[in-house]
Write a protein that binds this ligand. Structure first.
Ligand code: XMP
Length: 521
């Protein structure tokens, strides 16, 4: 329930709704630490708050947190962890296009109740061939259905026999024959295939794989008990994994407005690559650049919208109402806001351009409302309180630095003087631009020309897993919503009341006059 108490007149003079507050500070760029939110009458317990957010028609997250499309933050492992927690990862594009396609496939194939196109082997191959396949494709499993050329089920190659000692044996001599393989007919799956498979595993102790076949005994899918158990557990979790209609984890991928040798938008290449991403099951593409209110980005979004009418598109970055309107008119569903707030960003220093993030979000949010698009607050989040403030104006946040020290982020752990770190670098840093992201900053990765970096190469201390980092962040968001009496994110946007904080007020907000033994952030 929303707060039922009418606001007090005295309170209203001090604690202002967004329109009144930001208009009063029209001459000043404000960011997260410049404001605090006023408490409101509440009937809402933090643990009961709902965090779902719909970013586009076909794109609903269960928590409003996205990991950045940066080469030291989001590849498949991070995207899987984010989606399992109800959020989303945007796979970066500082890698060959083919690799980005396989990163997306890894996320989409992670765990879904029914694996519709399982990896199969044929009876005339050797077990050594299977071992090689596992090694090459980094499979975490070793049991494979065996089919003939027509796709008819011949048997099951159990992981127990996929061992180097049997490498020289033919699969035909080691498989469990068709008659002993447990199968279910596709038409018997009914409306809840997971419940059906769950029941099968309960009724058949010791059996961990169930194959699905059609009337001609062609292989049509595979259930594994561990997947089914995990999904059954998830059904009771407060924040369920973010999944598509086929129960696969959600995954996003960033694309750039790639240009050809003549400096023109490389339409064919962009369309072919995005077509490939869609084939792999990508749920959203993000046209990610430093300057989204620009012709190249508008043209790319327009082209993608025309070619793929149902595709969810994120575009950015912008910091103005005109920028939001421009990308919305081009066909974007969700717009990234942020130029220079990021922890590794130097755009404001190098280019002298960019708007402090909260003011940028406010201005963008008014245009977004008019154009019926959603907003993503991108960069500058260093604590859960920042997320609560961002969500008073945006529909989700994008974080880089907060996740860069997690084990799920790409890169090795480095030890310096007994402390453990991971590399975290701006996509506009020299090293990242050389690795492919120069176009994002309107630069050319030409060894003969000097590039002007807009980001730094840095280190983050290693942190706990994404699960644990998100648990802390979500706890903070829910707590903020409880203080505001907001049962969901729409109510948070509606009920937020702001007040400017003095430098002394900022100091007061942090632990002070104590010797801190344990830090909570
Ligand atoms: P946080 O604060 O979460 O910020 O570490 C991550 C966001 O920063 C943006 N980004 C950059 N901005 N130069 C910039 O000005 C850069 O080199 C750079 N690299 C990333 C991006 O929006 C990311 O999500």
């Amino acid at each position: 329930m929303a707060a039922s108490k009418e606001p007090d007149e005295l309170d209203s003079r001090f604690f202002k709704a967004a329109d009144d507050f930001f208009s009063a500070y029209g001459h000043l760029g404000l960011t997260y630490d410049d404001v605090t939110l006023a408490t409101c009458y509440s009937e809402v317990l933090p643990r009961d708050t709902q965090l779902e957010t719909a970013l586009a028609d076909g794109l609903k997250l269960n928590i409003p947190v996205i990991s950045s499309d940066m080469d030291t933050v989001t590849e498949a492992r991070m995207a899987i962890a984010m989606a399992l927690n109800g959020g989303l990862g945007l796979i970066h594009y500082n890698m060959p296009e083919r690799q980005q396609l396989s990163e997306v496939s890894r996320v989409k194939n992670n765990i879904h109740g029914l694996i519709q196109d399982p990896i199969k082997v044929s009876a005339d191959e050797m077990i050594g061939d299977v071992l090689k396949l596992i090694e090459e494709r980094k499979f975490a499993f070793s049991t494979f259905p065996v089919v003939d050329r027509e796709g008819t089920l011949v048997g099951l190659l159990s992981g127990h026999v996929v061992k180097p000692r049997y490498a020289k044996r033919k699969i035909a001599d080691a498989l469990t024959p068709r008659a002993q393989v447990h199968t279910i007919a596709q038409k018997e799956l009914g409306r809840d295939p997971i419940a059906r498979a769950d029941k099968f595993f309960t009724d058949h102790p010791g059996i961990h794989k169930l194959l699905v076949v059609d009337e001609q005994d062609h292989l049509r899918g595979l259930f594994t008990m561990s997947d089914v158990e995990r999904i059954a557990q998830e059904r009771n979790a407060q924040f369920k994994p973010a999944r598509d209609a086929q129960f696969r984890l959600l995954c996003g991928a960033a694309v750039s407005a790639t240009r050809n040798a003549f400096g023109e938008l490389d339409r064919n290449r962009i369309l072919a690559h995005v077509g490939g991403l869609i084939e792999r099951g990508v749920d959203v593409v993000a046209v990610s650049t430093a300057h989204g209110h620009s012709k190249g980005v508008g043209d790319t979004v327009r082209m993608l919208r025309e070619a793929f009418p149902k595709l969810s598109i994120i575009a950015g970055n912008v910091t103005s109402a005109a920028g939001v309107e421009y990308l919305a008119a081009a066909g974007a569903d969700a717009i990234k806001v942020g130029q220079g707030p990021g922890s590794i960003c130097t755009t404001r220093i190098v280019a002298g351009v960019g708007i402090p993030q909260l003011t940028a979000l406010y201005v963008a949010s008014r245009a977004a409302k008019k154009k019926r698009v959603t907003l993503l607050a991108d960069g500058g989040i260093s604590k859960s309180g920042d997320i609560v403030k961002a969500l008073t104006l945006a529909h989700a946040v994008i974080c880089g630095g907060i996740f860069a020290g997690c084990p799920e982020a790409p890169g090795e752990v480095i030890e310096i003087s007994g402390k453990l770190y991971k590399q975290y670098r701006g996509m506009g840093s020299l090293a990242a631009m050389k690795a492919g992201s120069a176009a994002r900053y309107g630069q050319v990765a030409d060894p003969a020309r000097k590039m002007a970096p807009e980001g730094v190469e840095a280190l983050k201390e290693t942190t706990s897993s994404v699960d644990q980092v998100l648990a802390q962040l979500i706890g903070g968001i829910q707590s903020g919503m409880g203080y505001l009496g907001a049962a969901n994110l729409a109510q948070l946007r509606q009920q937020a009341r702001f007040i400017r904080v003095s430098p002394a007020g900022q100091r007061e907000a942090e632990p002070h006059d104590v010797v801190e033994l344990k830090t909570t952030t």
